[in-house]
Design a protein around this ligand. Structure first.
Ligand code: ADP
Ligand code: MG
Length: 403
């Protein structure tokens, strides 16, 4: 990897500021899913082993009012972290000022502090989300080394990632960020071939840059999900009441021309006459969708086609569910894609995208992929081939002299 990581720098006895992604789902002040905290543990444990002092920064939710502040304190997260680490974790209910500074000044080796939600600063002229230069500089002044391990916000230039990094003498990636860059970034840019992409989900318009980038890099692109119907329309098929983006039909046509056989579309579909969990479903060929019905999932012949197309894969990147997987009846295509990918021997398999990752984990395939991305928007931008500001702000690895 071209960026420095925590393994490349000396952290011994230092005060280390770590930006983590503790943006966990909460209900009535309780954490519903602590996965993001768990994902941050390897980096935190490694830094602890260096006898460092650890100051943790994260956002939680969106903060637009005092009421939002009451609901989105990081205090319960600090408590959960303490349970997971089986050691005390202090919480400072401020994002700046004497209380925070004194708490940091009085830290001993292996002490851990969680700073209050960085987005509390958004009530102060959007200081966090607007990357206010003074705020980034101030936070950076609280420690000696900055570690960014928050992949989920790496596509945003905020004070707590880009701001601190640009004002820190040393800014490096944590293990989670390193893993995301390695698997998504490097697998797409330098894949073992054949490299196939499976693209589904809701809209062509959300995924234009992903399709364009992968069209130049992948050996085949298998399309599924709602976006398939815009492609069918481009082929002149009847698509009934299926989801379609009329403004993108010409664009889909141009992709099919440009893709010259690289793009593979579903050949059959599960269709219904209404968008509901228990609507009566039938399976029809792609060019035979009745005018009063809508496509909800890929059909069994498509699953077999995808199985065949993917059989010799050495790299698979999957983004976007194959159907309306939230309804059991239309989850089959997405589940079968998980199974096909899980059964591939000797292939690097990656899931990027919030809903696809949730589907893969929810359906029990968490251990069957090489990598399931922890960041929805950030993983999409990596798949688009974009440079993510949170990653760009980290120090480059250099080949010789300057370490
Ligand atoms: P990701 O978050 O993985 O990038 P998207 O956000 O693009 O994926 O798309 C996920 C959504 O697409 C899901 O809510 C799913 O219900 C929807 N979807 C998939 N197939 C269809 C379909 N045939 N009709 C309507 N919605 C669909
Ligand atoms: Mg989504």
């Amino acid at each position: 990897m071209s960026k420095k990581t925590i393994k490349d720098v000396d952290l011994k006895n230092k005060t280390v500021l770590i930006r983590v992604d503790f943006n966990v789902p909460m209900k009535d002040g309780k954490i519903i899913d602590d996965n993001r905290i768990v994902q941050a543990l390897p980096t935190i444990r490694y830094v602890l082993d260096q006898n460092a002092r650890i100051v943790l920064f994260s956002h939680l939710g969106r903060i637009k009012s005092e009421e939002d502040k009451r609901k989105n304190s990081l205090r319960p997260v600090a408590e959960r972290l303490s349970e997971l680490l089986e050691r005390p974790v202090a919480f400072v209910d401020e994002t700046r000022g004497a209380k925070l500074e004194n708490a940091i000044k009085n830290m001993k080796e292996k002490d851990i502090i969680v700073v209050e939600n960085t987005r509390f600063e958004d009530l102060n002229n959007k200081a966090e989300s607007g990357n206010d230069p003074e705020l980034g500089k101030y936070w950076a002044s609280l420690g000696e080394v900055f570690v960014n391990d928050a992949f989920g916000t790496a596509h945003r230039a905020h004070a707590s990632n880009v701001g601190i990094a640009s004002n820190s003498k040393v800014a490096v990636a944590g293990f989670l960020l390193e893993k995301e860059i390695k698997f998504i970034g490097e697998a797409v840019d330098n894949p073992r071939r054949p490299f196939y992409a499976i693209l589904g989900g809701a809209k062509v318009s959300d995924k234009i840059s992903v399709i364009e980038n992968l069209l130049t890099k992948a050996d085949k692109i298998l399309i599924c999900g709602a976006m398939a119907y815009t492609f069918f329309k481009a082929l002149g098929y009847e698509i009934g009441t299926s989801k379609c983006e009329p403004d993108y039909v010409d664009y889909a046509k141009s992709l099919l021309d440009k893709g010259k056989g690289k793009i593979i579309l579903p050949i059959d579909n599960v269709v219904t006459n209404e968008f509901s969990e228990d609507a009566e479903a039938v399976t029809v060929n792609s060019n035979e969708i009745p005018a009063d019905m809508m496509g909800m999932d890929i059909g069994p012949q498509t699953i077999e086609l995808f199985r065949k197309e993917l059989s010799d894969a050495k790299t698979v990147v999957w983004n976007g569910p194959a159907g309306v997987f939230e309804f059991d009846q239309f989850a089959n295509g997405t589940k079968e894609i998980c199974k096909i990918i899980a059964g591939l021997q000797d292939a690097i398999t990656i899931v990027g995208g919030g809903d696809s990752a949730a589907a893969a984990i929810g359906m029990g395939f968490e251990k069957n992929f090489t990598h399931i991305s922890t960041g929805g928007g950030a993983s999409l931008e990596l798949l688009e081939g974009k440079e993510l500001p949170g990653i760009a702000a980290i120090d480059d690895k250099c080949c010789c002299c300057c370490d």
